[in-house]
Each structure stands twice: as C-alpha cells, then as structure tokens.
Write a protein that binds this ligand. Sequence first.
Ligand code: DGJ
Length: 722
Amino acid sequence: MRTTVSGDLRPTLTHLRADGVSVLLEHGDDLLPIVRHWGAELGELSGEDLQAVALAAQLAHGDSPFDVADEVTVLPEHARAWIGRPGVEGSRQGRDWSPAFRTTAAPERQDGPDHQRVLTRAVDGAAYLSVVHELELHAGGLLRQRLTLTNDGQEGYAVGRIRLTLPVPERAGELLDFTGRHTMERIPQRQPFSAGVHSREVRTGRTGLDAVHLLCAGEPGFGFRHGQVWAVHLGWSGNQVSYAERLYNGARLLGAGELLEHGEVELGTGESLTTPWMYAAHGTGLDEVASRFHAFQRTQPHHPSRPRPVTLNNWEATYFDHSMPRLKELVDRASRVGAERFVLDDGWFGGRRDDTSSLGDWVVSAEVWPKGLGPLVDHVHARGMEFGLWVEPEMVSLDSDLARAHPEWLFSTGGRVGLASRQQHVLDLGHPGAYAHVRGQLLMLLRDYDIAYLKWDHNRYLNDAGHTPAGTPGVREHTLAAYRLMDELRSAAPGLEIESCAGGGGRVDLGVLERTDRVWASDCIDPLERQQIQRGTFLLVPPELVGTHIASGRSHTTGRRHDLDFRAATALWGHMGIEWDLTSCSEQELEQVATWVRLHREHRRLLHSGAVVNGDHHDDATWVHGVVAQDASEALFHVVSVGRPSTTGPHRVRLPALDPTQRYRVELLRPGQEPLVAGRGVVPWAVDGVVLPGRVLAEVGLPVQPMLPEHSQLWRVRRAGG
Ligand code: DGJ
C-alpha cells in the first residue's frame, strides 16, 4: 500500500494519490471542488506541474452557452453553467431552488492512517443553505465522497434530490451496469455512452434484485483485464439513483444519490441531511476496479478477521418442516462433513408453518418447539458448530399478533396498506413503537440463546411506504432505522454476525455492509447460474463476504441437474456453505462433500485474502476465474464449461495476474478422484502438472482438460521452488 500527497501545493490544487490512482482537485473561484483528474496515477507532480495540469484541463469557453466556461463541480450547479442534472434539487416553497455555493475557507485536509481526506465548506447566503463536502481517497485507491446540506434559513427547506458526480474522460465511450431479478441477480448490460442521461432508479425501498450494483464507464470493449474503467456505487439500501450523463460539450459524468419522495425530507432551521457515500473506483479492467473495493472493505475495522465458518443452512433441505429428529440428523451430518455453523431458517416462530403468517411475532413457536430452541442449539454446540437463526425484522404478516395489535405500525398511504407481496407487508421501523417491539423481541432471543449469526432477510419491495396515518413517505427513515437496529443488536451482542439477505441478493451494497458480515448472493444456487451471479457480486464484494452454498443435485430454482463436483467447485470461492438435504445423501456423497469442505478450509486463507481475477476469453463457452495471493506466490483457478464450444478443443486458458518473472507449478486438482492417467482424451500436462514462467501462463496459457458442458476443473498454481 502506498498513499502519498504531493508537496508544494498551492492552496487551490490538491493531488491525492493511492496505489495507482490520482485525484486532482481544484478549488478555484470559491467553487466546490472541480475534479481535474480521477484515474491512473500521474506520478510526482510539483506545485508548478499541478497548476499547469489544471490550466491544461480548462476548456475554451467560446462555445459555452454562457459567458463563462461551463465547468462542473462535484455538485453540478445550473448557476454555474451546468445545464444537465443539477446536484441539489429542492425549494423553500418555490424559492431557493437553484443554489450557487461559494466556499468560505480553504479546503481542509484531515488525513487518517488509511486515507487522505479533503473537506470543503461552502454557503449560498442568498438561499440560506450551506454544504460540507467530504472526499476521501483510501489506501487501495478507492475514492468516496458525500455531502451534508444544512438549512440556514428561517423557513423549512424541502429537499428533492442531492446527487454527487465525478467526471470521466471522453474515451469512456461504453457503459456497463447490472440488472436482474429473483434468482438471477447481476446480469450485465452494456451500451454506448451516448448523449443524454442513462439513469437507474430504485423506488422500491431496497437496493434491489435488479440493482445497478456498479455503474461503469470505460474504453469501448473494456474487459476484466484490459481497458480503462471508471465505476461508481452508492452505499445505500433505500431508494436511489445512479446515472451517467453526457452533454453537448462532451462532458461525461457519473452520478449517484438518494432518491427522496416529495415531502420526504424538509429541513427545519439548522437541520442537515447527509447523503450516503458515493464510492468510485478506477482501474485497468474490471478486476482492478474490484480490487479497490475489496481492499477498502478488507481494511474496515468490522471486516471479519476470523476464518469464515462453513455453514449449513436448512432452507432448501427442510423448508418449513422443523421436526426435531430430522433437524438433529441434519446437524449430525453437517458436522460430519465439516460444517462449522448451522443456520435455522424461516419457520421457527409464532404460527409460521408456511409463508402466509406470523412475521412480526419473533417468539419461538411453542407448538413446534415445546422446549424452546434450547435443545437444538445445544445439539448444534455439542457437535462443535455455531448456531444461526433466520429473521425478517422489517416485515409483518397481516395474520400476526403484531398486525392485529398495531395495524398503525404498518406502512400505508391514502388509507391503503399497499400491495401484498409474498403475503406480507412492511413494518414502519421509523415508528418508535414498531422499532421498540422488534428490537425488544430480537434482544430477548439473543439473551435466551447463544446465537452467533442472524440471517436478516427482506423478502419484498416497499410499496406505498407511508407513515400511518398521515401517509407521508417513510423509506429514508425506515432504511436508517434498519441500519440502527443492526448496529444496536451488534453492540448488545458483541461478536454477533449478520447476513444481509433480501429474497436472495436484493440488498447488496456498501451501506448495509457497514454493519453486516456477508450477503446472500442469490436464492439460485444452480452452479451454472451462479457463475454469472458470483462473478458480478464479487466485482463489489470480496468473496469472504458472499454466501456460496453447495446445492442439491437437482436445482430447486431451475430444475437443472449437476454433478456434485461442479456444485461444490462453484461454492468453494465465497463464504462456503451447504444448502442440501444431507439426510438424503449416500455415504459416498457425504464423503465427497467432506472432501470439498476440507479443500475449502485448506485454501480458505488464500480464497479470502487474495485478488479476484477473471480471464478475458474469446471462447464464450469456457470461463476462467480465480484468486491470486497478494504476493503472487500461489493461486487457484476455476475453469468452467458454461456451454458447448462451437469448435473442438483443446481450448487454451491463459492465467492472469501471476508474476511474469516467476516460475509456477500448475496442477489439475481432482478432489476425491483418481489421478488422471496419460492417454486418449487427457491433455499431457494434466497428468503430473507442469512448471512454466508466469509470463508464459499469461500469454500462451494451457489447454483445458476436455470436459462435458456444465462441468468445471480446478487448477492449483504454486511458485516453483528454486
Ligand atoms: C428468502 C431467502 O433468500 C431464502 O434463502 C430463505 O431464507 C427464505 N427467504 C425464507 O423464507
């Protein structure tokens, strides 16, 4: 890690540098910062150089529609010749809707051990508004910024939008972002960065199964390993917008902000609103972008430091069947194959025997668990595992004691509770009574049982989410309350881990990840679908924070059948788990699962600390991804046949990110299988492995051992001795 600040700075220019990234900020003419450069590191620049770089960045303003250059700050202002989307939208009963902020002092530097920080204060005295802009460049090269807006006037200020932006150069001609749906999250979509606005808006109160995830602009055709890419992400779990905007003058911005409903926020005198962090990463290829997000998360104080316990979740094994003998047998088998945590999913509370009732009644069902959860928890502990429990604290069923006692705690507007979804509604955690109820019941559970982990689910979109009875919009308050509840539970039960699940991967963002320990990437664990889902999720979230489970032989969500080796090899990469009814497995299958769990545990340190890499391949039927140790001493690669190639093989796979000057031994790993014997259908190197320089592996690669479609193979790479 290297973070440096160039010396000899003139007051208006700040050059931040970290691990291959430069950010050049200009504070001129009392403006909020103009980002003169965000991208590849510019090296050591003297104060004089910096002034020259800033000068060279300025455009002629002959073509500007105004008599000034149409420059844009991090908070675009119409008052300053920006005719695109403004940074602040709001008004004081129709006035003060076009603020023009002027800085009040020189920018402040507030560097920390892992980051450089520039703080800028500005006011608009005529509109009675002031802002504080914070920008940080972290070790690892991740940039983030946020803004606090304060109402200095005597009358309320209704905030519509606050969007922060970053410029990208004209060569960023192509956009990539993500969409998706239940059981199919993180589907990439590409398009040219054309004039106008490409806007991705979330109005459903959670990040979304179709979340934008990362909004990237890059050199056309950019891939995992090539082409410069600039990417942004909003660290927020509620309504939001991410957008790319291109204007007549060639300016290209990436922007993001919370999406507030009309009347959602009115700042009283002296009141402030702070935006979520907008994160930004630049890199050569998407792998480098991802490495910056990973480096940031890995240095956060709450990032889990102990090995991620292999988890068995009973959901797809038993669904709502919580019969004790069956669960005990599942626990026994989980411990036999090497699981380290057992999670009891939905169905343990109130009258919840299916998904039609009882959300909100977070009390152990006496009908199903006459002696409470104690006997199961003890059994799990006796087998040397941790115990985890599923909850869905933000939800309420109409058929629940909670809804019957407090219908006024449900979100509603216009006298309607909104549309039902999965036969459930949303509890307004912004209501103090509702918040206290859920908090109290969850704390009681944490007090009564030794619970190491909560799987925090959120199975529906918010719709008509207004505070009852007034009906005023409540998503922002709810989102903040959900965060607060997670924070309070964690501080009341030190060591408690939380998983962010939302009908699969519907709440995967750096806001929720500030207080959770992993995300559930998808309800789909079909290993074929998981290739794309995990590849997309890993672009933002490091693998140790992404749940990846071994599926049943026949996928519950797609009906496809896959060999156990492909299912296990796909689950190997993240926070590994099992979501299969082990009580139905043969002895041989149990042995095979145990072998894969052992392999994961053996490589867990590498998998959860190394750099995630992906190959850019011409052959769409063969994908390769892997993890390379930060010192490039070892790596593990997964070569996956996602379809049938149109040409016969053998197809070559190039191995990226190794040290080109070192020699490596590459071996085909066949966990639990007989070694390959030379002969027909076997690529010769795969029999005993091969030693090659990193440069040859990256440039020439190795032929893939022929395999059937929807199968995969593991290649272990270690620096060769001597
Ligand atoms: C949706 C989750 O994504 C599943 O894993 C499971 O926990 C169910 N909810 C339980 O209702």
